[in-house]
Design a protein around this ligand. Sequence first.
Ligand code: FAD
Length: 439
Amino acid sequence: MHALLPPDLYDTFVATCARAPRWFNMITEQLQEVLALEIPAQDDPVESEKSVSRMTLRQVLMTGLEDVISFGKEFTGFEQHTDGTVTAHFADGSSATGDLLVGADGAGSRVRKQYLPQARMEDTGIIAIAGKLPITEESAALVPPRVFQGISMVQAPKGYFCILHVMEFKWDRSGKIKNGIGGSDAELIKVWPGLQFDNTRDYINWGFSASADKFPADVMERSGADLARLVAEMTPDWHPNLRRLFELTDPSTCFPVNIKTSVPLDPWPASNVTLIGDAIHTMTPGRGVGANTALRDAVLLCARIIDVAEGRLELVDAVGRYEAKMITYGFDAVLKSRQQMTDEDPIHKPVIGRIMLALMRTAMRVTNHVRPLRERMARSMLQYRGAGRDNADFVLPARSESSGRRLNVSRRAGGVCCSRDFTVSAKEAAGCRAYASAG
Ligand SMILES: Cc1cc2nc3c(=O)[nH]c(=O)nc-3n(C[C@H](O)[C@H](O)[C@H](O)COP(=O)(O)OP(=O)(O)OC[C@H]3O[C@@H](n4cnc5c(N)ncnc54)[C@H](O)[C@@H]3O)c2cc1C
């Protein structure tokens, strides 16, 4: 993000994050602490651990690109022409022609389905239900202080799992900047046009998951209050406070996810069509690095596009170099994320699962009481979450328009970016970021 965003927008991104988590907790379904790793406070706005609301992040990423993003355009297919250009077609009958098509259209990518029909997605056999509830006096009092101050994992019998993440922002429920925050943050948020469209307010986010056989067959068709009720019904022996969190959930925020993963692919010949993010390497949320990896793609692809713009590389060579690197780290993350979220894990089996849970809890409790072990575990977790940044890969041109030919950013829609000429101005290069997670 730091490499891709103009500096003032990066500051806005940091200012609009929720307060950084202080604790990473493992707890039982009875709210008992098994392990609590303290996340060291980081003043550095780049290195610090960040909790970002998806909706707010999209608003930040779209800031300054209002004139180049087209909404409501549904990509249906593309055509590659002999003159080296590519045309993207949309459901409304319109089309856009350019030099490069970047499919950033997520896990169900139509660009991928047409371009790489050999690419396969697999069910992991895990289903998750997610929901949010506003932070109120009642909901805040339902969780222990360290859980309120951090990210917590409930690991329970039957392979049941629930993540809890408390998100507190710098503006209040009416959108007014809260008192007692640093002056520069307040100023940044006040002038940020995204705030007027952002409906994010303080909330507790939860995500409950289990192997698919534990859910009713129609779970993927259910919605809203029905889903929150289902989670409460599946957890009758959980602590009443956790069950109350499920009950207090805003039904409109509840949705089921059938957790899928991509199957790593052999390299393919490069062309003027490429893919970034979930469109090529959908991964389970097991490690929480899907969006991070999409952003890494954006940094790398942007750097190669600038190489083309500045005459150092031919377009197809640049795409090939991007893909060679992306395939390696992208599918590595896919495989590691899969290991952490699959119904093949013995934790989901009846007897062995119970034994495994007991062993895991014992090992974590020991770690919790032995400081060097605890610190080593905290370091290792923070390392993989922040791993593989390509910071030094390129420097964005200054904010003013560059003198070269312009990247045609007007020809973009939804999760698909299509451009004709390949020299970028600063604003346009920054535009590449929008496709990493805003689509
Ligand atoms: C429950 C859960 C929790 C997660 N938690 C984390 C986490 O903590 N950290 C993390 O890094 N990652 C996390 N992820 C992963 C993360 O959400 C994804 O990796 C990330 O959203 C991928 O971004 P993307 O831009 O590639 O795809 P998406 O975010 O899916 O965006 C694709 C865009 O393309 C658009 N689109 C799709 N088809 C078309 C079409 N035909 N025409 C036009 N537009 C189209 C969509 O509307 C969308 O806007 C989580 C995922 C899940 C399911």
